[in-house]
Design a protein around this ligand. Structure first.
Ligand code: G
Ligand code: G
Ligand code: MN
Ligand code: NA
Length: 254
């Protein structure tokens, strides 16, 4: 219960921060976007990983506030960055299934983009595949509304959950992210290699961008490039960085 109690006041105490992990276009080698990931440091609990506190937030009714904090902060940061660089980058934000299905979500995220003058076309909302466990008749109108407002949609952790090709063709997605578990071992495990190739082929066929996450070395990068994966993310290029470090590493103007 300590996590739940502390989490209620974590935003007010400025304990939640964001880090940004670059996404590189394999064709050009340029950064074309970043994924925002949240971090929580609490005086008594120390660093609590998002895997733990996101589900607590979902089950204790605070995911709406936490999620709104994340998308406002991320849009503020990346809008500021985009104002100072030549070619603007896109912003990927993780949206939990519970957060997505809160009645005000579409209004709030749209209002945030409006207020901060952030073009929704430059925002990708990442939704994990297991959102599809929920009733499609509930999920689909929300996704369609987001697309109508201009947001891009990405299916995160692809290959691990319950999607089928019929889901994919019925949902207004723009992108799929190959789950890290396949990238971890696709160089040595033929099943994982087949999964990676198949997901890339599905992406091509469905006209979806394909992102590989968790790329940790050059061999993986080169192989994914040879397979025509579109975007690469992972420690090989950069771990997720606080805003100031992201700017210093990639955009220092000195
Ligand atoms: O950053 P990383 O290790 O530790 O993230 C672990 C998990 O937490 C990932 O599945 C990631 O999608 C999720 N996560 C990180 N930040 C957020 C966030 O702001 N919102 C949601 N819903 N999930 C997040
Ligand atoms: O599920 P999601 O894709 O949102 O989560 C991304 C998670 O993967 C974050 O926890 C992030 O810190 C982590 N991550 C990013 N790049 C790498 C990597 O190259 N290797 C490993 N092991 N984890 C990574
Ligand atoms: Mn993600
Ligand atoms: Na993922």
């Amino acid at each position: 219960f300590a996590i739940e109690t502390e989490l209620r006041t974590a935003i007010a105490r400025s304990e939640i921060s964001l880090v940004y992990q670059p996404q590189i276009d394999v064709q050009t080698g340029q950064i074309v976007g970043v994924e925002a990931l949240c971090r929580w440091h609490n005086a008594t609990l120390g660093h609590v990983p998002p895997d733990e506190f996101i589900s607590v937030a979902e089950n204790s009714g605070t995911i709406g506030d936490l999620g709104a904090f994340v998308f406002y902060q991320a849009m503020r940061d990346i809008r500021l960055l985009n104002c100072t660089i030549g070619s603007p980058i896109s912003l990927s934000i993780n949206i939990s299934p519970k957060q997505l299905l809160e009645p005000n979500f579409v209004n709030e995220v749209t209002a945030a983009a409006d207020e901060l003058l952030f073009d929704p076309q430059m925002i990708t909302l990442e939704i994990t595949e297991n959102v599809l466990i929920s009733d499609l008749s509930v999920v689909q109108p929300v996704l369609t509304a987001l697309r109508d407002h201009g947001f891009k949609l990405s299916l995160d952790d692809f290959g691990t959950g319950y999607s089928s090709l019929s889901y994919l063709s019925n949902l207004p997605m723009n992108e799929i992210k190959i789950d890290r578990s396949f990238i971890d071992k696709f160089l040595t495990n033929s099943h994982s290699e087949s999964m990676v190739k198949t997901i890339i082929a599905i992406g091509e066929f469905c006209e979806l961008k394909v992102v590989a996450e968790g790329v940790e070395n050059q061999e993986q990068y080169d192989r994914l490039a040879a397979f025509h994966c579109d975007l690469i993310q992972g420690y090989y290029l950069s771990k997720p960085l606080p805003y100031d470090e992201l700017v210093a590493k990639y955009y220092s103007l000195s």
